[in-house]
Design a protein around this ligand. Structure first.
Ligand code: FAD
Length: 452
């Protein structure tokens, strides 16, 4: 690598450069510390310089300079990813996209915006026009659309609209290539999805076009159960109730409610469901709860819900964050229970692991079928035991999207390269400068096993 910060900076024109050491270190990190394995692994990796473009011309200038000097280029939205996705493993440049954030247009239920726009800002823009994000990570206040698309999975809204990568949710993307003369390419439909969950390894997302959902008045509720499987069956039944409009259907087994300060609603030994539903669905939801021996312990009307007063930040990976704040020895799993036999699998795992792996379920629509993802809390002892827990799930046909690896293929594709992602990488980043070290199919990853 032919690189000196002085040379580099002098060629960048008017792009903002962050060279303050504290800032540079902070902007080289994400939330990989959720994993005890990744926390150790990522120690010490940082950018040589962070840049913060505000225009397409500035992004192109950064790209040209990186290519000219063969400098690695790692993209960052807000750095809320969990697998060190935006941490540079070979130094070089971190390009912070969070100031490239203009809304572009909104029409006919479709919104187009620059990649650095935060999810909460998208809603602030579109809700007054009657539209909202179909699905958002629980980090919606911070996360950017580009980071969510390149690093995320789904979240609030996935109960109805499925994963972000479900066909139809993201309609297009404008992408810049990493070449001496960067090209700007518009990808539509499935082609745009080639950059989804690729950790920014195969192109720079400049703009995204999202299909939106009608914005409704959303109420929230906490339902309490004495029996865990009653709670799980309620989650499934609520998910399957086609006439009950909803955007969150979370089930937390005892003792998670106590661990994340929901003890005002659930006693020790009780399990909860956290739901966000249309106001007109409150009664049918309460009826489904009663059928499953659940009691509505709290109900919040739409006018009392706000970005700072919502159940959202008790769900998805915010459940783990809250548990980690109180208990240093916990971590988590990401599990895909199979539609059709998910309740059976859940019951088996619940009984098999007991308090070592407290159950956290997020119900969602996958390919038109109701199932759930597990974001179970794990009481961490050793890496070997964590691997055993993962292997046990996989041996029982529960897919694990391993959150304890930085390698793209191991995190989501069970070790398999995605040929379409790789083809885009070859075409859009022929020198392999984008986020090196994350895509095994490209060749230069450091396996976790080789780290002492
Ligand atoms: P970053 O972390 O900055 O980046 C993520 C990846 O995208 C990186 O690989 C980066 O290189 C790449 N990237 C960023 N911008 C671009 C760009 N313009 N072009 C190309 N690549 C780019 N995830 C979920 O899916 N659902 C959840 O509910 C959820 N909850 C979470 C809760 C907590 C407490 C935490 C810590 C994480 C959670 N996550 C969740 C993970 C993470 O928040 C999401 O993936 C989030 O949307 C990432 O957005 P970001 O802007 O912070 O991206």
């Amino acid at each position: 690598v032919d690189f000196s910060i002085e040379t580099f900076s002098s060629e960048l024109g008017d792009v903002e450069i962050i060279s303050n050491e504290k800032q540079r270190k902070r902007l080289s990190k994400d939330f990989s510390w959720f994993s005890p394995v990744l926390k150790d692994f990522f120690e010490g990796y940082e950018a040589d310089v962070v840049v913060k473009p505000t225009t397409e011309e500035q992004v192109a200038q950064v790209v040209k300079t990186c290519v000219a000097h063969s400098v690695p280029l790692t993209l960052r939205g807000s750095g809320t990813g969990n697998y060190g996705q935006s941490t540079p493993m070979f130094g070089g440049v971190v390009m912070d996209m969070s100031a490239y954030k203009q809304p572009l247009w909104l029409k006919g239920g479709v919104a187009r915006m620059q990649a650095g726009m935060r999810l909460a800002e998208v809603n602030k823009w579109t809700v007054p026009e009657g539209w909202e994000m179909r699905t958002m990570s629980s980090t919606f206040r911070l996360a950017t659309v580009g980071g969510f698309f390149a690093g995320g999975f789904g979240g609030i809204g996935s109960i109805t609209y499925g994963r972000l990568g479900e066909r139809g949710n993201v309609l297009g993307a404008k992408v810049m290539t990493v070449e001496a003369e960067p090209q700007v390419i518009e990808l539509r439909g499935d082609d745009a999805l080639d950059l989804h969950h690729a950790y920014g390894t195969n192109g720079i997302l400049l703009e995204l076009e999202f299909a939106m959902a009608p914005a409704l008045a959303w109420a929230e509720a906490i339902v309490v159960f004495d029996d865990f499987m009653d709670a799980a069956r309620f989650g499934q039944a609520l998910g399957e109730a086609g006439g009950v409009v909803k955007k969150l259907d979370t089930v937390l087994a005892d003792p998670i409610p106590q661990m994340i300060e929901l003890g005002d609603y659930a006693k020790p030994g009780q399990h909860v469901a956290l739901v966000i539903i249309a106001e007109n669905a409150l009664q049918p939801m309460a009826e489904i709860a009663a059928e499953h021996n659940g009691t509505v312990a709290k109900q919040v009307a739409p006018e009392e819900v706000s970005d700072s007063n919502t159940l959202i930040e008790y769900t998805w990976n915010h459940t783990t964050l809250r548990a980690l704040k109180q208990y240093k020895d916990v971590t988590y799993l990401q599990s895909g229970f199979r539609a059709g036999k998910n309740l059976e699998q859940i019951e088996h795992m619940y009984q098999h692991f007991g308090d070592e792996v407290p159950m956290h379920l997020e119900f969602l629509n996958i390919g038109g079928m109701m199932t759930c993802s597990g974001i179970q809390i794990v009481r961490y002892t050793t890496r070997e035991r964590l691997d055993e827990i993962i292997a046990y799930h996989e041996a029982h046909d529960v897919h694990i999207a391993n959150p304890h690896t930085h390698i793209l293929e191991d995190g989501h594709n069970s070790g398999e390269a995605d040929p379409r992602q790789l083809a885009r990488k070859k075409a859009y980043d022929p020198k392999g400068l984008l986020n090196p070290g994350k895509m095994r199919a490209w060749g230069e990853v450091t396996e976790l096993d080789n780290v002492g």
